[in-house]
Write a protein of this length. Structure first.
Length: 315
């Protein structure tokens, strides 16, 4: 059959533009350009895995075995060391431990063990919301700092799940230069787990372009003495390593005017020992925490590490 003008007009009305599907009649399908498709598909709420992978911490060995059995009986999986793709962290209390902080920064569910008890009684995993730390009024925390950390668990879980900016964790966009020993290594791990990049100073070379933060255990080291001024001149904030945790706390909807000083420990090594220098004695016991309507942790002005408090990050 010859291709006539009438045939082409009729076919165009039915089919719409070339990048659409066939329609019986009516208006053509909208023309979706590549940019439109990109805008519509680049981000949606992060898909929550169907399998529950649960890490247990701050529990005695016998209690861990008890709760681990519940997890497996209900069809979940136990993450033995906290590095196996956990979706939930179960802990009776909130501490400054690395595992707890990593879970918050990653946007995991941070739950009371009561969640597992009630799920066992129901014979299935229940909705987590009523058992999330910071949402259970009957849980009494032993310090104001623990209460504050509990208060940001839900916030960061929702940010990581729904916000494109934090899709990979609370430290997305960070590229931190970290100086120190065991503590610094733990902070590098924390930042990476929370979606950022970080390097120990001796692996960073001498070109600091691209770093967003410089974090130090102490200013009493050669690297700080040689490079702190240049880092500040480059506009890179110079802070204590525990600023990572402060940045999580600053995301609370409400915050107190003071942030208490607490210990920052890794095993038996603490900054109260590491920093038993003029630096630690100069450090104030509290620091003002300003609460503007929107806090961008990537653009705080540089401050000297001696004016920042320490925070407990036990393994």
């Amino acid at each position: 059959m010859p291709v006539t003008t009438d045939w082409l007009r009729k076919t165009s009305t039915q089919a719409g533009p070339l990048n659409s599907t066939m329609k019986d009649a009516g208006m053509p399908m909208p023309d979706l350009s590549l940019s439109t498709i990109h805008d519509r598909t680049t981000f949606s709420s992060r898909k929550i895995p169907d399998e529950k992978v649960i890490y247990l911490t701050e529990l005695k060995a016998k209690d861990k075995e008890f709760y681990a059995r519940i997890v497996t009986d209900l069809g979940g999986r136990v993450d033995v060391d906290g590095n196996g793709g956990a979706t939930h962290l179960v802990t009776p209390t909130i501490t400054r431990g690395v595992k707890v902080i990593k879970a918050i920064a990653r946007g995991l569910w941070v739950l009371s063990p009561e969640y597992l008890i009630k799920s066992r009684d129901a014979g299935r995993f229940l909705d987590e919301s009523p058992y999330e730390h910071g949402q259970m009024e009957k849980i009494k925390y032993d310090s104001d700092d623990s209460r504050k950390l509990a208060g940001v668990c839900k916030h960061w879980r929702l940010e990581v799940q729904h916000s494109p900016k934090y899709a990979h964790g609370a430290f997305a966009g960070w590229n931190a230069l970290v100086c120190g020993g065991l503590m610094a290594e733990a902070v590098v791990e924390l930042i990476r787990f929370g979606g950022g990049n970080a390097k120990i100073h001796h692996n960073a070379g001498t070109d600091f372009a691209g770093f967003t933060h410089a974090l130090f255990e102490s200013k009493k080291n050669l690297f700080y003495e040689k490079n702190a001024v240049r880092l500040k001149e480059m506009g890179i904030p110079v802070r204590r390593v525990d600023y990572t945790i402060d940045s999580l706390l600053q995301k609370q909807p409400k915050c107190d005017s003071k942030l208490s000083k607490v210990g920052f420990s890794i095993g038996a090594t603490t900054t109260e020992n590491i920093l038993s220098t003029d630096y630690s004695r100069q450090r104030p016991s509290t620091v003002d925490v300003q609460c503007p309507q929107a806090i961008d942790v990537h653009h705080h002005p540089a401050i000297d590490v001696q004016h920042h408090p320490t925070i407990d990050v036990r393994l």
